[in-house]
Ligand binder design. Structure first.
Ligand SMILES: Nc1ncnc2c1ncn2[C@@H]1O[C@H](COP(=O)(O)OP(=O)(O)OP(=O)(O)O)[C@@H](O)[C@H]1O
Ligand SMILES: [Mg+2]
Length: 307
């Protein structure tokens, strides 16, 4: 695959005898928004920390910008902006004052950098409000502003939209998209909020219990896995056999209720109806369906939603 900004091979992290991350092959392409989706404890933060050299790797390798992380960490950190866990800010200073201190610490002095990064996340530069008076949404914005003051090519944002109210989520989504589209940043983020990720991500990685179960562009994922034909018919086993033999259906599953979901593209409902009618099998119902990302996530990981 070309244009890979982040690539891991067999990335693994053990804590004691337990693998928090196991054999993860991650591929983040230049300019895209890549969302890592997983429940609490799935391994999202651990992956991000390993990418940044904040956590050691048990096995596997990381390449960024086409070069190995080992030996290039210092160069990479200048090209990456990070928000992992709540960043520490001074409660008795304003947003701009907090960023000035950070910029000083990092030895970063580009004119207007602070004003520009605040503007990108929608915080007013002149605002006299102190950090201690910020809402959660404002704190998140300032965290992202802090991650972009040095104008990095890549952003790694751990849960940037969690805990926000619906308006805050929408606004954050909008400026994250603008950072990608207008400023060409490559963005790796993690989230629980699947309905929002549907509206934001170009690519999706589904991680569960440390394993990357699925990685694909969102468009491809929808095409392959989220649109299907739902067939209520009995006996399901006989019908499946016919579908396999006659229509070459390969990608299907039987739901808990005994209905058949057919994911193969290119199979028409009328072909199914015609086939079964010809065999004197009565179809109770046949529908074209679309899953939400939440439905798909549940199907992939088994069990409950992510929230
Ligand atoms: N320092 C540590 N020592 C031991 N175990 C750890 C440590 N950090 C994380 N873990 C374990 O590794 C697993 C993955 O944790 P991680 O924080 O990466 O998950 P996450 O997907 O980011 O979850 P969340 O959505 O809650 O942030 C969890 O089982 C966690 O308990
Ligand atoms: Mg986490």
């Amino acid at each position: 695959m070309d244009n890979l900004i982040i690539e891991t091979k067999g990335l693994t992290k053990y804590y004691g005898n337990t693998a928090a991350v196991r054999d993860v092959d991650l591929h983040v392409r230049k300019g895209e928004i890549y969302a890592l989706l997983g429940r609490n404890g799935a391994g999202k933060t651990t992956i991000m920390k390993m990418l940044l050299g904040l956590s050691s790797i048990s096995k596997g390798s990381i390449h960024m910008f086409g070069k190995p992380l080992d030996g290039n960490k210092k160069e990479f950190l200048g090209r990456i902006g990070v928000m992992i866990e709540t960043p520490g800010f001074y409660p008795n200073l304003t947003a701009a004052e907090n960023l000035e201190i950070l910029a000083d610490l990092r030895g970063y002095v580009k004119r207007n950098a602070i004003e520009e990064s605040l503007e990108k996340v929608g915080l007013p530069y002149q605002d006299k409000k102190l950090f201690s008076e910020f809402s959660l949404g404002m704190k998140q914005r300032l965290g992202i502003a802090a991650a972009i003051i040095h104008d990095p090519e890549v952003l790694i944002l751990d849960e940037p939209i969690n805990g926000l109210d619906p308006i805050g989520v929408m606004e954050t989504r909008n400026f994250i998209r603008a950072l990608s589209q207008d400023y060409g940043k490559t963005i790796l983020l993690s989230s629980h909020i699947l309905s929002e990720i549907e509206l934001l991500a170009d690519s999706i990685g589904i991680i569960d219990k440390g394993i990357l179960l699925e990685e694909s562009s969102y468009e491809e994922l929808k095409r392959r896995n989220m649109h299907y034909i739902l067939l209520s018919v009995e006996p399901a086993e006989t019908v499946i056999h016919m579908l396999e033999e006659e229509l070459h259906v390969k990608d299907y599953r039987v739901t808990g209720k005994g209905d058949i979901q057919i994911f193969d593209t290119g199979i028409q409902t009328r072909d199914i109806v015609r086939l079964l009618a010809g065999r004197n099998i009565y179809v109770d119902a046949i529908n074209k369906c679309s899953d939400s990302l939440e439905d798909y996530f549940k199907r992939m990981t088994g069990g409950e939603g992510i929230g």
